[in-house]
Design a protein around this ligand. Structure first.
Ligand SMILES: Cc1cc2nc3c(=O)[nH]c(=O)nc-3n(C[C@H](O)[C@H](O)[C@H](O)COP(=O)(O)OP(=O)(O)OC[C@H]3O[C@@H](n4cnc5c(N)ncnc54)[C@H](O)[C@@H]3O)c2cc1C
Length: 332
């Protein structure tokens, strides 16, 4: 089905930054729609149930809407409530559970095909985040149902033998939380220490649990094979086999850069694969296509987060407004 409206702007991704862009677009009187493949703020919805943000609530605010939370650092539940309120109070135009599959340029406008219909627009903002594609372990047995790349809640793992892979914030939170709910936790860590990026108020907790032997950690190690009831681990002392019920692979996530490449967006030729974005306007090398939020960092998914990328919304809308106020003839 083809939508008859030609929007000034289509925003791909209904995360915090996509919503921030919609608020600015609405203020500027631009016609727009947000297309979101899952629920509202889908990445946040899929974060662990008990997670607490490292940012204080005012740093997660968008569109000047106050975010009041019970303690300085809000919980996931409070953030979901906040972004729902923002969407309702702003009267934002959002289509949920509608994934964008393909974008094509046709006669000076864009055709955006989703899982449900095709839209036409003059400008596009891609705010698709980085939480959809987990880094795989690439070992035999990874496709067993007991291997999880996303973690929700510790109760499920009570009194189970849990292997946590990784040494960054997510892995540490999962290891500590499941251990506190009665799981027998082993960690497999590629490097020789817990990541320096782990929240400073959590680091002593995991260091002490490992030092006292409550959580067993294999450093400089990697998984060799996963089987129904066992896992083989390559350690500096050789291959060992441990009994195991669940593998929680908290090895991080990567942005869908293929989607950007297919639209003609250039990526840097180093390991970061940083998209070609003008930092003043957020416009990419494809005129009319803008990037907002964490996706702008390419594979460096730690550079940008909500508090330092919400500014992208204003930059983009100012640029679209400025450009649309210039008569077309003088742009040629
Ligand atoms: C455990 C955890 C804790 C964090 N804590 C903090 C914190 O304290 N402070 C902070 O600032 N940041 C924090 N972050 C990072 C922060 O959540 C992200 O930086 C933020 O979500 C980025 O917002 P975004 O809108 O750019 O992307 P996202 O929130 O990831 O939104 C992208 C949206 O695009 C949708 N999408 C993707 N592809 C398509 C498609 N083809 N079609 C339609 N929709 C699509 C996705 O479903 C998603 O809803 C944390 C992250 C994690 C994992």
């Amino acid at each position: 089905m083809e939508s008859e409206t030609t929007y000034d702007l289509i925003i791909i991704g209904g995360g915090p930054i996509g919503l921030a862009c919609a608020i600015e677009a609405k203020k500027a009187g631009l016609s727009y729609v947000i297309l979101e493949k899952g629920a509202l703020v889908n990445s946040l919805y899929n974060y662990p149930s008990n997670m607490t943000f490292f940012s204080t609530s005012e740093r997660l605010e968008i569109g000047g809407v106050p975010f009041v939370s019970n303690s300085p650092k809000p919980t996931r539940a409070e953030a979901l409530e906040y972004y729902r309120r923002v969407a309702i109070s702003g009267g934002l135009h959002i289509k949920l559970f509608e994934e964008v599959m393909k974008v094509q340029k046709e006669n000076g406008s864009f055709s955006v095909a989703t899982t449900k219909q095709t839209y036409t627009c003059k400008n596009i903002i891609i705010a698709t985040g980085f939480y959809d594609i987990p880094y795989l372990l690439n070992v035999p047995g990874e496709n067993l149902p007991k291997v999880k790349h996303y973690y929700k809640d510790p109760h499920y793992y009570a009194f189970q033998k849990v292997l946590v892979v990784g040494a960054a914030n997510s892995a540490i939170d999962v290891a500590l939380e499941t251990w506190r709910k009665g799981a027998e936790v082993t960690m497999v860590i590629r490097g020789d220490k817990i990541s320096d990026r782990v929240k400073y108020w959590v680091k002593p907790d995991i260091d002490n649990r490992i030092a006292e032997g409550s959580i067993k950690a294999y450093f400089n190690s990697s998984i060799a094979e996963i089987r129904e009831h066992e896992v083989d681990i390559n350690t500096p002392e050789g291959l060992i086999t441990i009994e195991n019920d669940w593998v929680l692979a908290m090895t991080g996530y990567q942005p869908n850069l293929k989607f950007l490449r297919e639209m003609g967006i250039l990526l840097s030729d180093d390991a970061v694969l940083r998209p070609d974005v003008d930092e003043d306007t957020q416009e990419t090398n494809v005129p009319g296509v803008y990037l907002a939020g964490v996706i702008c960092g390419g594979m460096n998914t730690h550079r940008l987060f909500i508090e330092n990328s919400r500014i992208h919304a204003e930059k983009i809308i100012n640029h679209i407004k400025m450009r649309s106020s210039i008569p077309e003839a003088s742009l040629v």
